[in-house]
Design a protein around this ligand. Structure first.
Ligand code: EPZ
Length: 428
């Protein structure tokens, strides 16, 4: 039975929401566990579909993965396979992040090439080029990447064409056991990478430069299992802040580090939505109307592309025109087609979306095109006149732990219902 999310707009939100551990950190931590023989323990693991898929990938590799609440225990002692199969990689692209750790630990890996998804082609050329520079031989056939380094990896000076998050992570996890020194220039600086570096350090890796564009890794012969608490999900926190901006009398969001959301908080203030910060608690109230704001997504610390659809929902109700420029992915505007069904006035011109503010949105049946677009449709439903039904919610369940429950707990009229006619479409 597939499920849809039903929302009756117009309810005021009040209270406190606590976000879960970061999806875009924990998936990499789970892959990093491969690097050490034994049991690694992770706390604050969000129970989301992507974590289930990554657990299945590790099990197919021979690891044992079990959960106690939001704690995951990953035992890599009996790993006996080095292949991440297509059915799982096609479900979740982040499976490609087992490539670096597998080559580093076992000298071999066979990972299905991840397909594109609804936001872009999602290439992995920078991952593969960096692994070759570290001495792995790479071949691809029948839709699989084969990587081998029978005599181990050797440090290299890698210059990324683009500060790719995934490439930085895959290459870090390969370099930690490479002989000698590896330098990664133009590395991505996202907080989730800083958290991965903290984990790798706890496992015995030697990495300098966390948070900067230049990472220097001194290879070590062995890594040991570690215990680690995942950082809070800054994108879930940003999503909840936009919910508050749209519909709250007063909403406090806790569990993420405000320092990871500086530009989002600044853009909310520019839109007429001040967020008060008290330690790790961020409180927002809905002003009801918003000032138009121009937004351009960029790698961290720029405005996060994963907050772009949520801001499009907010700015669709601004008093004037906003320009949103998507610089990270080549087609992350599919969501606009669905928001138009709710009355938004948006014109797409290549990488730019011109968002002309309208007085109100109206509830409608819509379909989540991807993870963040789906969440942004839920946000629109909170303030739209009438009822909204969001279908294809499997996209949302990939990356938000209990979004419906968290919003209902602060006053939203939101519930799961059975999808009419069934949702179609394979997992992107
Ligand atoms: C991570 O994706 C996140 N996913 C994405 O979050 C996020 O949007 C993205 O980083 C940017 O912040 C996870 O962490 C699981 P990239 P990733 O490599 O690693 C191009 C969400 O909603 N590129 O920085 O795939 C690529 O095509 C998801 O939670 C190459 O050209 O992002 C894209 O246009 C969506 N060659 C751009 O770089 C490569 O080898 C950014 O990709 C690699 C990337």
């Amino acid at each position: 039975m597939s499920r849809a999310i039903h929302i009756a707009g117009g309810r005021a939100l009040r209270g406190t929401v606590t976000v879960s551990g970061a999806k875009n950190a924990v998936l990499k931590h789970m892959a990093a566990a491969i690097l050490a023989e034994g049991v690694s323990t992770f706390h604050r693991v969000p129970r989301i579909a992507d974590v289930e898929v990554m657990s299945e990938v590790l099990r197919r590799l021979g690891a044992d993965v079990r959960f106690e609440g939001d704690t995951a225990f990953i035992d890599t002692t009996s790993m006996d396979s080095f292949e991440a199969p297509y059915d799982l990689v096609a479900t979740m692209r982040a499976s490609i992040l087992v490539l670096g750790p597998l080559v580093a630990r076992f000298g071999t890996a066979r990972v299905a090439m991840p397909g594109g998804c609804n936001i872009g082609s999602r290439k992995i050329d920078l991952h593969l080029k960096g692994l070759q520079q570290l001495g792995a031989s790479i071949s691809s056939e029948h839709g699989y990447i084969e990587a081998s380094a029978p005599t181990g990896l050797s440090g290299a000076h890698i210059f990324l064409d683009f500060p790719s998050v995934g490439a930085t992570e895959n290459l870090l996890m390969a370099a930690v056991k490479a002989r000698g020194t590896t330098t990664i220039e133009n590395a991505a600086r996202e907080p989730e990478i800083q958290d991965l570096i903290a984990l790798l350090g706890a496992m015995g890796a030697r990495i300098e430069g966390a948070g900067t564009s230049t990472l220097v890794v001194e290879g070590v012969p062995e890594l040991r299992p570690a215990e680690h608490t995942v950082i809070g999900d800054r994108i879930e926190a940003g999503t909840m802040l936009v919910a508050g901006a749209l519909a709250a009398e007063s909403l406090t969001v806790e569990g993420a580090d405000p320092a990871h959301l500086e530009l989002v908080l600044s853009k909310l203030a520019d839109a007429g939505v001040p967020v008060s910060v008290d330690g790790a608690r961020m409180t927002v109230a809905g002003p009801g109307r918003f000032a138009p704001v121009d937004v351009a997504t960029l790698p961290y610390p720029g405005f996060p592309t994963d907050m772009q659809p949520q801001f499009m929902t907010l700015l669709s109700l601004a008093d004037g025109d906003s320009v949103i420029t998507e610089n990270v992915f080549e087609s992350r505007f599919m969501f606009a087609d669905e928001l138009r069904r709710m009355g938004a006035d948006i014109t797409i011109d290549g990488h730019r979306a011109i968002v002309r503010g309208v007085k109100r949105l109206s509830g409608a049946p819509v379909k989540a095109p991807d993870l963040r677009g789906g969440a942004a449709l839920v946000l629109a439903g909170l303030v739209a006149e009438g009822e909204t039904l969001v279908g294809d919610t499997y996209h949302i369940e990939r990356g938000y732990e209990d979004l419906v429950g968290k919003l209902a707990a602060v006053g939203a009229a939101i519930e799961w219902v059975e999808a009419e006619g069934g949702d179609v479409g394979a997992h992107a």
